[in-house]
Design a protein around this ligand. Structure first.
Ligand code: ZN
Ligand code: ZN
Ligand code: ZN
Length: 281
C-alpha cells in the first residue's frame, strides 16, 4: 500500500510503500511540547518502505532526550517522521495525506498525560510503554506561578512565555492545516487577547510560516526545536496558544471540536463536546 505524507508548507514529502504495524497515542510531556497538542499519534512500521520524495535537506534534528532524536521542517516547523530509530520508522499521523490503513490501538505514557485532557475512548492505557525508556523530561504541569499567569515553553527551553488572562475559548481544531502544523490528530488552542500573552525568553528564536493559500493561518514555532508557540496576531487582536506548550495547568480543557468536516479518518471523536463542521457558531 502506498501512503503519502507531507509537512504544512509542502517542502518535505515522503511515501511509505508498505503496512504499519501499530499506531498509538503518546501522552508524554515531550510529545506534547514537540507537537503543541494534547497528545501525539504515531504510526510505527519497518523502516525499509519509507522514503523521502523531497525536502529531506529541510530536516532539522536534535536529541530531545538521550539517544532520542526528533526532527522538524525548518520552514514550517511540522514534526517530521522519526527515521533515527534503527530498523523501524515512527510517523506523526497528522502528516498523512492518505489513510494510514489502521487506527490507534493504545494510549501510552498516560502517567504523563496533560491534566486538562480527558481520555474518553475505550482503548487500553499504559503508564509506560513496554521496551521503551520513560520520557526523560517530565513536563507534567504543576500550577501557580504566584501571580496567576500560566507559564509555557518550548521543548528545548530556548523560548518561554506567560499567559496573563483566562482563555476566552479553547478549541480542538481538526482542520487539515492544524493536523499538519501539529503533526497530530488535532490542535488544542486557547484564544484570548494578544495583549495578554508575553514572551519572557527567546522571542528572537521564533519563526513563522504562513500556510500555503491561507488568509490568516500562520504557524509560529521555535527555530531551535520546532515546538509550536503562541501566535500573536495584532491585526485581529488575538493570541492563539497551543495548550501543549503550557507548563502550568489552565484547569480547563477544550470547549468544542471545530472543523470536524475535515477531520482525520483515523481518530474518532468519543467525547460529548459540541462539534462544528467548520467554525463554532
Ligand atoms: Zn515544511
Ligand atoms: Zn511521546
Ligand atoms: Zn525550542
Amino acid at each position: 500500500m502506498m501512503i503519502n505524507g507531507s509537512c504544512l508548507c509542502g517542502a518535505v514529502r515522503w511515501q511509505y510503500d508498505g503496512s504499519f504495524e501499530r499506531m498509538a497515542h503518546c501522552h508524554c510531556g515531550m510529545c506534547r511540547k514537540a507537537h503543541g497538542s494534547a497528545f501525539a499519534t504515531y504510526a510505527v512500521g519497518p523502516a525499509a518502505p519509507f522514503a523521502y520524495l523531497s525536502g529531506s535537506e529541510k530536516r532539522i534534528s536534535r536529541e530531545s532526550s538521550k539517544g532520542f532524536v526528533r526532527s522538524f521542517c525548518e520552514t514550517c516547523g511540522s514534526v517530521l517522521p522519526n527515521t533515527d530509530l534503527g530498523d523501524i520508522v515512527a510517523i506523526p499521523a497528522g502528516l498523512f495525506d492518505d489513510s494510514p490503513g489502521l487506527e490507534a490501538s493504545a494510549h501510552i505514557f498516560t502517567k504523563w498525560k496533560a491534566p486538562w485532557h480527558t481520555i474518553s475512548d475505550a482503548l487500553p492505557q499504559h503508564d509506560n510503554y513496554p521496551g521503551v525508556a520513560d520520557p526523560a523530561v517530565d513536563t507534567v504541569t504543576t500550577s501557580a506561578s504566584g501571580d496567576g499567569a500560566l507559564r509555557g515553553s518550548c521543548l528545548c527551553g530556548a523560548i518561554a512565555f506567560e499567559v496573563q488572562a483566562e482563555f476566552k475559548v479553547v478549541h480542538n481544531c481538526h482542520c487539515s492545516r492544524c493536523r499538519k502544523s501539529r503533526g497530530a490528530a488535532y490542535a488544542t488552542n486557547g484564544v484570548l487577547s494578544d495583549t495578554a500573552v508575553r514572551f519572557t525568553r527567546g522571542a528572537n528564536k521564533l519563526k513563522e510560516c504562513k500556510a500555503p493559500g491561507a488568509k490568516f493561518y500562520t504557524q509560529t514555532f521555535c527555530g531551535e526545536c520546532g515546538s509550536p508557540m503562541p501566535r500573536l496576531d495584532s491585526s485581529r487582536s488575538i493570541a492563539i496558544v497551543p495548550l501543549g506548550a503550557l507548563d502550568d495547568d489552565p484547569k480547563r480543557g477544550a470547549d468544542d471540536h471545530i472543523f470536524v468536516g475535515s477531520k482525520s479518518a483515523w481518530v474518532p471523536i468519543t467525547d460529548d463536546l459540541p462539534q462544528f463542521t467548520e467554525m463554532a457558531t
